[in-house]
Each structure stands twice: as C-alpha cells, then as structure tokens.
Design a protein around this ligand. Structure first.
Ligand SMILES: O=P(O)(O)O[C@H]1O[C@H](CO)[C@@H](O)[C@H]1O
Ligand SMILES: Nc1nc2[nH]cnc2c(=O)[nH]1
Length: 387
C-alpha cells in the first residue's frame, strides 16, 4: 500500500513512496490524529453537522482559537479511515510531481531522456525566448518540436507570446534547444518550477544558456527597441526570501551555496558587442543591470525610482531565477533584454506612458530580426571556437 497520507490539517498531502501493489487503485490512509475536523464531522472548527459531538482534543483546542480550517476530504468519504481513488500509480505520481515545488533529479532526468531520445540529439546551447521573441526558435534548422503539454511532467505556458513548445535542432552548426515560452512566477508557478527546464537542459547536455526577455527600460539613455546585454541582476524576489534553489539541495545539480558574482559570461558579452558593431546597431546595444519583480502588474513610479536608485537599468518578470538555476549547475550564461517600453520615473497623466503587454509584443515583433541575428551570430562564434 502506498503510505500516502491524507491532509495534515492544512490540506497538503505527504507523499513518500509512490509504489503500489499494481492495482488500478491507490489507497490513501487517513492520518490517525487529524488536527482538524472536517465539515461533516461535528460542529467544531470546520465542522457543520449539528448534534455530532467531537471529542478530538486538537479540534476542540483549535475551536477555542476560532480558526476555520477544513481538511479537503469529507469525513463521510473516509469510511474506515481509508478511501479508494480510481487513479493509476502513474497518475498518482504525476499528480504529486505537478503539485510539488521541487523536481527530484530522477524526474528531471526522465524529462531530459524523453527529449534527447525523441530528438536524437544532445543539444549544447539552450535558448529561452522572451515575450514576443518566439521567432528565435523559428530559425532552428531541422526542428523537432515538443509541445509542452506532451512532455511528461512539464508545466504549460499560459501567457500570450509564449507558444509553449520546445524546439530542438541545429543553428549555425550547433545543436540547440529552445523554449518557445517560459514559465513566470505570476502564472502561479513556484520559482523552482519556473526554472526547472534549465535543469532539463543541463541533463540534455546543454553547456550554454541564452536567456532573453522583454523588459521596461529604466535607464533614461535606453530607447524602445534597444538591446541591453545583461551583466548583472538585482533579484527582488530573492530580497523577499524566494529562490528557485530553496528546499533540499541535490549536489548532483550544484552546491548548497552557489556564488553568483560573474554569472554573466564576460567573453560572450564582449563577443555580442562586437557582433552589434558588425551589424551596425552598436548605438542600440547597451550593457546593464536587470531586475526581476514578481508581476504580473507593472511597476509604480515610486518603485521605478527606487529601482533606478539601486542601479537597475531594465525591469521585467523573468530570467533571474533561470540564471540562478543555470549558474548553480555551472552553465555559461548569456542574457539580454529587449527594451520594449520606457519606464516613466516621473508622475504624469499621459496614458501612453503606461506599460502594456500589447506594446511589449508589438516591439518584440518589430525587433525580432535583429535579436535573431545577434543570437545566430553568437552561436556561430561559439560553435566555430569549439570545432
Ligand atoms: O520576461 P518575458 O517573458 O520576456 O516577458 C516580460 O513581458 C511580460 C510583460 O509584458 C512579462 O512576462 C515580462 O516578464
Ligand atoms: N516588470 C516589467 N516587465 C516588463 N516587461 C516588459 N516591459 C516591462 C516593464 O515595464 N516592467
């Protein structure tokens, strides 16, 4: 039998070993001493059935605190403390993984195997396409396409401008895999889940992460359509105590306390500057600091002023946790922001100074050619240097 326990009073399940005796049904075993009564139990905390006297001490104690907590399994379904669920062990495992904030090494390995076997490739470069920058994956040759929903244990994209496909193939001779759609914290995914695909990339064989994003320009020298090569970041979600590396550390990925100085590869930044010159867009290329906020709302003027004072040049809602995860597992990182809007740092009633996602997408579409060329040329350099 499974050893899965029904709620511990706040509605969470404690999965330990997912094995069963092979029956179609998996058995849930009710906790012996539930800390709370269910709706159907009594008139104690969470209980609604009149005249049913509960003798549970914990329930009574919680009642005196007047807290309204409910375990999600109705008492009436528990029978002898057991309920039978018509789900297979595989479904049970998938449910567990989808509800978890962390992905065990073995699950990441399974996803990576699915991709390498399905594509017949071990890509060396991983690309994450920012909002409206999905065309970075369209230039991949001989693409093998994996819809996110068909990849086992993979989240799905929910944001416009993020198609939700993984594209594996070659670009300028190098083997690459590109995420046409990333996962954001504001979609409801924990940070570890948002950046889980970076670990998949690592186990597929990826050595270089190219992370791209659409961002608001705070530096007054930046114009809409400019490209900011990231040389550092300010992790606002980290300031708030949130990290993709929270929880038990698996040393097969990296150390418990990774250093993040020099996270953004200087050689790649310098090469990109050279490429920008060769493309004739050097005045549109900057090097700067990106900051990630949780979103989905854009920033207030006071927040933008504060970010500017902190030395931030561009602001978005992504990338930082992906970079942290990539550095943790020792990948080389190149990242850039396409400046899709200028962030106002003075109060104004002008509606056109407010950021909006349609504008973000439109600018990204306009500048996709330059972004694609920059990425392709840099990949060519990496590939020819290693050949
Ligand atoms: O960072 P990417 O995914 O490029 O998208 C940016 O653009 C969206 C807001 O317009 C947010 O998701 C923000 O993070
Ligand atoms: N947080 C944030 N994300 C963005 N993505 C594109 N533009 C912006 C912006 O102005 N702020």
């Amino acid at each position: 039998m499974t050893g899965y326990k029904v709620a511990n009073g706040n509605g969470t399940t404690n999965g330990t070993n997912g094995s069963t005796n092979g029956n179609k049904s998996a058995e849930y075993i009710a906790q012996e001493n539930p800390t709370m009564c269910s709706r159907d139990c009594c008139s104690g905390p969470g209980g609604s059935r009149k005249g049913n006297t509960c003798t549970d001490k914990k329930g009574a104690k919680a009642g005196s605190l007047n807290t309204e907590k409910i375990i999600p399994t109705p008492q009436s379904l528990l029978g002898n403390g057991k309920i039978l669920c018509e789900i297979t062990p595989e479904e049970l495992r998938a449910l567990r993984v989808l509800n978890e904030d962390t992905y065990p090494y073995e699950v990441i390995e399974e996803i990576a195997d699915f991709i390498t076997k399905g594509s017949g490739m071990r890509p060396k470069i991983g690309i994450i396409c920012g909002s409206g920058l999905g065309s970075l994956a369209d230039i991949i040759q001989d693409p093998k396409i994996f819809e996110y929903e068909k990849i086992p244990n993979f989240p799905v994209s929910t944001v416009e401008g993020h198609a939700g496909r993984l594209v594996v193939g070659t670009l300028e001779g190098a083997t690459v895999m590109a995420m046409q759609g990333r996962f954001h914290f504001y979609e409801g995914y924990p940070l570890a889940k948002c950046s889980m695909p970076v670990r998949v990339m690592k186990l597929c064989g990826v050595e270089y992460l190219f992370a791209t994003n659409a961002a608001g320009g705070i530096n007054p020298r930046f114009a809409v359509g400019d490209i900011m090569l990231m040389h550092d970041h300010v992790n606002m979600l980290g300031f708030a105590g949130n990290s993709p590396l929270q929880g038990p550390n698996d040393p097969r990925f990296g150390p418990r306390f990774p250093a993040l100085v020099n996270s953004y590869n200087k050689d790649l930044i310098n090469k990109a500057i050279e490429i920008g010159k060769a493309m004739g867009i050097e005045s549109n290329i900057h090097v700067g600091v990106y900051s990630c906020l949780g979103g989905p709302n854009y920033e207030t003027i006071a927040e933008l002023k504060a970010l500017r004072m902190m030395g931030v040049d561009a602001v978005g809602m992504s990338t930082v946790h992906e970079v942290i995860t990539a550095r943790h597992c020792d990948m080389k990182v190149f990242a850039f922001s396409l400046i899709t809007n200028k962030c106002a740092t003075e109060y104004s009633d002008k509606k056109d100074e407010e950021a909006n996602h349609d504008e973000v997408m439109a600018v990204a579409k306009n500048r996709q050619k330059a972004c694609c060329e920059l990425v392709a040329r840099l990949i060519r350099e990496i590939h020819s240097a290693s050949a």
